[in-house]
Design a protein around this ligand. Structure first.
Ligand code: HT7
Ligand code: ZN
Length: 876
């Protein structure tokens, strides 16, 4: 495959005016007629041919203005259709006929079948698997779609836009026609046909228009779509109130399907969802499932403006829609739930997923400049770091300035295929500010490291803060420029209040934000009458690694007194992480773990503080994960030592705090009747956290077995199951619970995924054999991405000791799986392979095994472009 470069971007020679598609659906032989009206772009080369993209296509018919095109006038290959000698000054119509086989489409890109339902996935380059087309996001047109299909098997015929009409056709077939008046790129096209149940509602927009809302699910699952519908209505309302964005069609539809490569897809007016992010009820969904559904429903809906009305000029601009839309869904969830707890969860996720990507061989800028396979750029850097960059713009400009910039963006670029530069310019123009240095966040990869040290001078009543930034080298970028880093800060005084200095010298400070713009910079705050404790990068205002030496006493002070809950969590994290890291080093050196009593008591004090919201306390008690410890250690990692160190610290906390945990376990019960609201979920989280600690103190499965038996919702049930399986594997209690669980949820694949994941993440070398055995289980369907991610994905991404077995068997197993999956579903294979992205930071024996496994993949002659791209970058 060749590399695509941003520098080579140029507009098409032909402008697409209209698209008219007719599908005659058949499971193995679907006929697609595409009528496309083009005209030559002003100023384009008069002799330029029209080149359309294809992927595994075979041309069956080609007309130009209704006449057959002579053989010499065109060339067709599976990848492209080139037509020459086209009219220069007038529009012309091309009609392309292709036949495709949805049943054989295992890649799940283009038109495919899932549980007997026809469904499409066109982002990023799936449309070219349906028909020859200028399949790029800067080609926008209105679409008319006609679908013809067997009526009994496919009572439902859906596409984008508004319904035009339908009726009976021949031989038991019927048809439906749809028109989408909003010009869109091909990646937003969708078609769904089949026999599904529906949940219906309406939403009245801010200008008083009624919009019909429909969520389609498999028959019998309708009650499980109620929460998704509620989340959709809340999303629509929120986007009107917060961003002034109104929905723009008569109908908005969501279809839940069971085979899907990602979470969901924002096709215009017809979102297609992985059913995992639609279906929920108390018996089958955890609190995390509910939160995910709320966030993803909102995310896809918000794309209607950020992505669809304003789309991307090219795929290098992916963060323009994804980073911005993640920021919008984060803000939505923060408004629906506890803002501080939501931010803690976001930062945890960012650090555990994006920071390793940015520190390893797959690091790339938020706005890359080249790619070999675009599917591999739907990354946590584009999404989550992209969101953080948007958040920083809001921090720099303040809420009002940010709103002015967004309003201008919607006004100036509605209907456009825009760029990151267009976006940033709106904030510059609306605020009269130069954001050129800030824009480096889009272009320089790597997590900046900021070292900070503070000094207080009582005689002068000044506090001096010295800062230094360093951006690590990343693939293709060795030297970096200093960035504009917005650091939210507070000087916390002895009594817990915040000092308000009378003046600051050394750089720009706006409100509580300090602007670090130089490589080295010193800020002096005057009028600080007593020694403060510095709280820096509050709310994680910048996605950086901060090195700030503070004493245990100072951190405990912030953990106790800061007015900001996020800062309190951050202080506790900064207290416990070094203990865990040192513990891992000590164990690797043959020693034991030392856990300072002050750190333990700070944690227990927070756990038992009833004035604090339970969800926050649960976040504090969820100590940094083994992956977090490995990331902070950075090199020569031994996952077994990390696991032992973390277990030792958990046990020490559990033993010291057993009374508090017992109290929480007894009192954090919700009343009768389940509610998925954030407060109830927070109580469940805290009680389950207490359960986990109590089993560390008691070293017995009895309590968890009782919790499993008495659970009346999926959150409690799966937590108890995890404690049993992970802490007491192969005991009668664990085996009985796993058996009871699979029997009870035998007919629910999404719940079976939890059963697979719990087992795949049992710590220790023995789990590989269990995973292999589960692959033979009748519940495991290798072609279904959710099943594969639940079993093999959980094992590779979330089982540090099991996957990183010292003998390398885990890596060899993954390599075999990748080679087996790749020919069928390359996207899935490539994504699973990214689980090895931090292989170079392992200790040498494991790193050698990991390299050998990667080389096995590398040596395979038949790799997809997806896997080839990842393996090449990982080995570079
Ligand atoms: N914009 C959507 C991306 C997506 C996707 C990309 C490649 C292959 C399959 C896919 N399914 C969905 C999802 C989103 O970010 O909203
Ligand atoms: Zn998105």
């Amino acid at each position: 495959t060749k590399t695509v470069e941003l520098a080579n971007y140029r507009p098409t020679d032909f402008v697409l005016e209209r698209v008219d598609l007719t599908f005659e659906l058949d499971p193995t032989n679907t006929k697609v007629d595409a009528r496309l009206i083009f005209h030559r772009r002003d100023g384009a080369d008069p002799g330029a041919p029209l080149v359309l993209d294809g992927d595994e296509l075979k041309l069956s018919g080609l007309l130009l203005d209704q006449n057959e095109v002579p053989a010499g006038q065109y060339d067709a290959t599976p990848q492209s259709l080139t037509i020459r000698n086209l009219p220069e000054a007038v529009p012309f119509e091309i009609t392309v006929t292709t036949f495709i086989n949805p049943e054989a489409n295992t890649q799940l890109m283009g038109l495919y079948r899932t549980n007997g339902v026809y469904c499409t996935q066109c982002e990023a380059e799936g449309f070219r698997r349906i028909t020859y087309f200028p399949d790029r996001p800067d080609v926008l047109a209105p679409y008319t779609i006609t679908i013809i299909a067997d009526k009994a098997a496919n009572p439902l015929l859906l596409s984008n836009g508004n319904f035009l009409g339908g009726g009976n056709y021949d031989e038991g077939r019927h048809f439906a026609a749809w028109f989408d008046p909003h010009p869109k790129p091909s990646y937003l096209f969708a078609l769904v046909a089949g026999d599904l149940g529906v949940v219906e509602d309406t939403f009245t927009t801010m200008s008083g228009r009624d919009v019909v809302l429909k969520i389609y699910v498999e028959h019998g699952k309708e009650p499980r779509a109620a929460y998704a519908m509620d989340a959709l209505k809340r999303s629509m309302k929120w986007d009107e109130e917060r961003f002034g964005r109104e929905y723009d069609l008569d109908i908005f539809m969501i279809v839940a399907v069971s085979d899907f490569n990602m979470g969901a897809m924002e096709n215009k007016g017809l979102n297609v969802f992985n059913d995992k992010y639609v279906l929920a009820d108390p018996e089958t969904a955890t609190d995390q499932d509910y939160a995910n559904i709320e966030a993803i429903i909102a995310h896809e809906y918000f794309h209607n403006w950020t992505g669809n009305r304003i789309t991307c000029r090219d795929w290098f601009q992916l963060c323009l829609k994804e980073g911005l839309t993640v920021y919008r869904d984060h803000e939505f969830s923060a408004n629906m739930r506890s803002r501080a707890v939501k931010r803690i969860a976001e930062v945890r996720h960012l650090k555990s997923e994006q920071f390793p990507e940015d520190a390893g061989p797959l690091a790339h800028p938020v706005r890359p400049t080249k790619y070999r396979e675009i599917n591999n750029f739907y990354t946590t850097t584009v999404y989550e770091k992209g969101s953080e960059v948007t958040r920083m713009i809001a921090t720099l400009l303040g809420a009002e300035g940010f709103k002015k910039g967004m309003d201008l963006y919607f006004e100036r670029h509605d209907g456009d295929a825009a760029t990151v530069e267009d976006f940033v310019k709106c904030f510059e123009d609306a605020n009269g500010r130069d954001l050129s240095q800030f824009s480096l966040w889009y272009h320089q990869a790597g997590t900046p490291m900021v070292s900070a040290s503070g000094a207080y001078d009582p005689a002068a009543a000044t506090f001096t803060l010295s800062l230094e930034q360093m951006i690590p080298a990343t693939p293709g970028q060795s030297a970096k420029e200093p960035m504009h880093i917005p650091l939210s800060f507070a000087l916390i005084l002895d009594n817990g209040s915040t000092a308000t200095p009378i003046a600051v010298a050394g750089g720009e400070v706006t409100g509580d934000v300090l602007h670090l713009t130089e490589r080295k910079q010193t800020f002096t705050f005057s009028g600080v009458s007593s020694r403060p404790v510095l709280s820096l990068n509050r709310g994680f205002s910048a996605p950086i690694n901060l090195h700030l030496d503070r004493s245990t006493d100072d951190l405990v002070h912030i953990a106790r007194h800061d007015s900001d809950l996020f800062a309190r969590w951050q202080a506790l994290n900064d207290l416990i992480l070094p203990v865990l890291m040192q513990g891992a080093r000590d164990i690797r050196d043959g020693g034991t773990v030392t856990c300072p009593p002050a750190v333990i008591s700070a944690l227990i004090e927070i756990a038992g503080n009833d004035a604090l919201e339970p969800a926050f306390r649960a976040q504090v008690l969820a100590l940094p994960s083994e992956a977090d410890i490995a990331r902070e250690l950075g090199s020569n990692n031994d996952p077994d030592a990390i696991h032992s160190a973390r277990t030792a610290v958990l046990t020490a906390v559990a033993k010291t705090g057993s009374k508090v945990f017992q109290h929480l376990f007894d009192t954090m019960k919700n009343g009768a009747g389940f509610s998925p609201d954030a407060a109830s979920a927070g109580r469940r989280a805290l009680r389950n956290s207490a359960l986990g600690y109590l089993t560390y103190a008691e070293q017995s499965p009895v309590r968890a077995a009782e919790a499993f038996a008495s659970a009346d919702n999926m959150t409690d049930l799966v937590q108890a199951l995890s404690v049993l399986a992970h802490r007491f594997p192969d005991t009668d209690e664990a085996d009985a619970a796993l058996g009871a669980f699979v029997t009870r949820f035998d007919d629910n694949p999404l719940v079976i995924d939890k059963w697979l994941s719990v087992q795949a993440t049992i710590p220790g070398a023995g789990t590989l054999d269990r995973v292999k055995a589960l692959m033979e289980n009748r519940h495991f369907v290798a072609s279904n991405p959710n099943r594969m991610r639940a079993l093999v994905g959980s094992f590779a991404f979330s089982n540090p000791t099991g996957f990183n077995r010292a003998d390398g068997e885990g890596y060899r197993f993954l390599a075999e799986r990748i080679l087996a999956i790749d020919p069928k579903n390359p996207q899935l294979a490539a994504r699973l392979l990214t689980s090895m992205r931090s292989w170079r930071s392992l200790e040498p024996v494991r790193a050698d095994h990991a390299r050998a496994a990667l080389l096995t993949i590398d040596r395979s002659a038949q790799l997809s472009s997806d896997v080839r791209d990842i393996v090449d970058r990982m080995l570079k």
